[in-house]
Design a protein around this ligand. Structure first.
Ligand SMILES: Nc1ncnc2c1ncn2[C@@H]1O[C@H](COP(=O)(O)OP(=O)(O)OP(=O)(O)O)[C@@H](O)[C@H]1O
Ligand SMILES: [Mg+2]
Length: 253
């Protein structure tokens, strides 16, 4: 069976895309097959695997519009076992148009229902930093939602909206949706980070991943080379931390 994971936070720049790419890299390293789905009109995930978004003729937009199958629109990457359903800027127009169409939240769910469950062990969906139709599609199909966040006051305040969305999705389209919060870009030299992390443990308890991802500039360099951290810098601390995350994720199934 395929396990669907959506990576979402309404807040921008919290490492949603980095988490998709790195976790995907770790899961294939552990022998799993993975499809990355770029559901963000910024197309950062697509660009980070050296695909030029503007030159693409078939993308996730075509799949959501029913003009292409998920299988036809997906592409191999340079990493064995890691495929991508890419995006480009056309997704921004579709996001607006979807509001007017009926049952727009189930477009992705319908598209993946045609997928052979033996093809991929995991589908990882990178969401945009907004609460629109694309994100609702991602949450409707997800078994697990990963919510990356920094251990900072404003970042934690913005999680309240995310939990409203989780409850809405559970009521409307996906009663079985689970979620886990992931602390990213953690700065161990900073005492306030430690205090915020303690507070998060008190607040979220077992909804928090045990794994914490530290600040590591190697994670910024990997996408420039079109590679996940497991390939770009496999022995760096960030790669090890994302491997620990992959193990935790595998236990949730
Ligand atoms: N652990 C980390 N250490 C250092 N830099 C990081 C780390 N994680 C992510 N980054 C960097 O932070 C920036 C934002 O990360 P990323 O693009 O993954 O966030 P995002 O949540 O997907 O952003 P958006 O909301 O715009 O889609 C990027 O430059 C990325 O390389
Ligand atoms: Mg992103």
């Amino acid at each position: 069976m395929t396990y669907f994971i959506s990576v979402f936070n309404q807040k921008g720049g919290v490492a949603k895309t980095t988490t998709c790419l790195s976790l995907g890299g770790c899961l294939v390293e552990m022998g799993r097959t993975v499809l990355l789905v770029d559901l963000d009109p910024q197309a950062n995930l697509t660009a980070s695997l050296t695909l030029l978004p503007r030159s693409l003729t078939c993308t996730v937009s075509d799949v959501l519009e029913g003009k292409a199958t998920l299988l036809n629109a997906s592409q191999r990457t340079t990493v064995m076992g890691l495929n991508i359903l890419p995006a480009n800027a056309s997704l921004a127009l579709l996001d607006r148009a979807l509001y007017q169409s009926e049952a727009y939240e189930v477009r992705l769910k319908n598209a993946v229902s045609e997928l052979n469950p033996a093809l991929y062990d995991y589908v990882l969906i990178d969401c945009p930093p907004s609460l629109g139709p694309l994100t609702l599609n991602a949450l409707t199909v997800a078994n697990l939602m990963i919510i990356p966040t920094q251990a900072e006051y404003y970042a934690l305040k913005s999680l309240e909206n995310v939990f409203v969305l989780v409850n809405l999705t559970r009521r409307r389209t996906n009663p079985g949706l689970r979620y886990r919060v992931l602390v990213t870009m953690y700065d161990r030299r900073n005492a306030i980070s430690g205090r915020m992390l303690e507070r998060m443990h008190d607040t979220y308890d077992n909804a928090l991943f045990n794994t914490v991802i530290d600040i590591d500039t190697k994670l910024r360099e990997g996408p420039l080379q079109g590679k996940p951290i497991t390939v770009y810098s496999p022995s760096t601390r960030a790669a090890q931390q994302y491997r620990a995350l992959a193990k935790e994720v595998m236990e949730y199934e």
